[in-house]
Every structure is written in C-alpha cells, then in structure tokens.
Design a protein around this ligand. Structure first.
Ligand SMILES: CC(C)(COP(=O)(O)OP(=O)(O)OC[C@H]1O[C@@H](n2cnc3c(N)ncnc32)[C@H](O)[C@@H]1OP(=O)(O)O)[C@@H](O)C(=O)NCCC(=O)NCCS
Length: 145
C-alpha cells in the first residue's frame, strides 16, 4: 500500500479537511470546526490527500455540563477502512494527551463503538435524544492510565 503520513491538522489543512468531511456526509464549515475544536485534529494522508481524520477539543457532554477533552468526530475514507488507520490516529492522540478522554457516539454505530472499545473506552452514560428525536447516543470515557 502507499505510504501513509500521520500528522497534526495544521491551519493549511483545514480547507482540505472540510472537503473530506463533506465527502463523508459531515457538513462542517469553518465556523463549526473552529468553535468545537479550535481547528484541532490529526489526519492521515496519502500523496497529500486526506484519507482519515480525528477532530478533538474541549466540549461539554451536553449543554450546561462541564467541558471535557473530547473526540469530536472521526472518519476514514471508505476504501481505507479496517486497516487500523483510525486506531492509529486515536492512539497518537491518547499518547499526546495523557488525560481522561470522552466522546459521544450514535448508539447504533457498531463499527465506531467497537473501535472505541478496542482502545479502552467504556460506556458511562446513555444520552437520550442526543442527535435528535429517537436518536440516542452513548457517552464513552477512556480513563487516563
Ligand atoms: C468507525 C471508523 C472511523 C473506523 O475506522 P477504521 O480505520 O476502519 O477502523 P480501524 O481499522 O482502526 O479499526 C480498529 C478496530 O475497530 C473495530 N472496527 C472497526 N470497524 C469495524 C466494523 N466495521 N465492524 C466491527 N468492528 C470494527 C475492530 O475492532 C477493529 O480492529 P480489527 O480490524 O483488528 O478487528 C470508520 O468505519 C468510519 O469512518 N465510519 C464512518 C464515520 C463514523 O461512523 N464515525 C464515527 C463518529 S462517532
């Protein structure tokens, strides 16, 4: 397979990141990315093309809650899935930020839940209607070791 470069999503990559996220049906714009993550993320690149991304930042579990270090969103280009790329990206964040890490995930998104569990995340709470009517989520946490 082609060489994969893993790196921080610097300012120069944000436009490419937004296009990539749109290709995964994740309609972020610059304002949303900036307000949720301050542009923080890690990307996997092949020939300068983004094939995977993890966004992170300090956000609340729900409104009026404490803010926590959170994986805001993750996505891997379909043809590169199941190769360990997302596990490596999140693994790098775990290494770089040795602290408790949280995330919300759709309760029906089994691939993502399995991925997070394989990295030591545990379900700690059920978030009723988190993504809208009848769209519930799990709140997951990976405790700092
Ligand atoms: C979820 C997603 C990010 C996983 O990325 P990935 O790079 O394919 O995941 P990895 O290859 O690193 O998988 C690591 C482990 O996660 C689990 N996993 C990943 N995809 C899985 C699937 N489709 N079914 C079951 N387990 C899965 C497995 O335990 C896997 O290890 P294994 O391949 O040795 O069995 C990817 O499927 C994706 O982009 N989905 C669409 C976007 C999305 O749902 N994002 C989640 C937002 S909360």
């Amino acid at each position: 397979m082609e060489e994969i470069i893993y790196k921080r999503m610097n300012g120069g990559l944000i436009d490419k990141a937004i296009i990539f996220l749109h290709s995964l049906n994740r309609p972020y714009d610059l304002d949303t990315i900036s307000s949720f993550t301050y542009g923080n993320g890690r990307v996997a690149l092949i020939n300068d093309e983004i094939i995977g991304i993890v966004l992170y930042g300090y956000i609340p579990k729900q409104f009026n809650c404490d803010i926590n270090f959170t994986l805001v969103d993750v996505g891997i280009k379909e043809k590169y899935r199941r190769l360990g790329i997302c596990k490596k990206l999140i693994g790098q964040i775990i290494y770089l930020f040795p602290k408790d890490i949280y995330l919300q995930v759709d309760q029906n998104n089994l691939p993502a839940i399995k991925l997070y569990q394989s990295l030591g995340f545990e379900i700690i709470e059920f978030l009723f209607n988190y993504y809208g009517e009848e769209k519930h989520a799990w709140y997951m946490k990976r405790s700092k070791i």
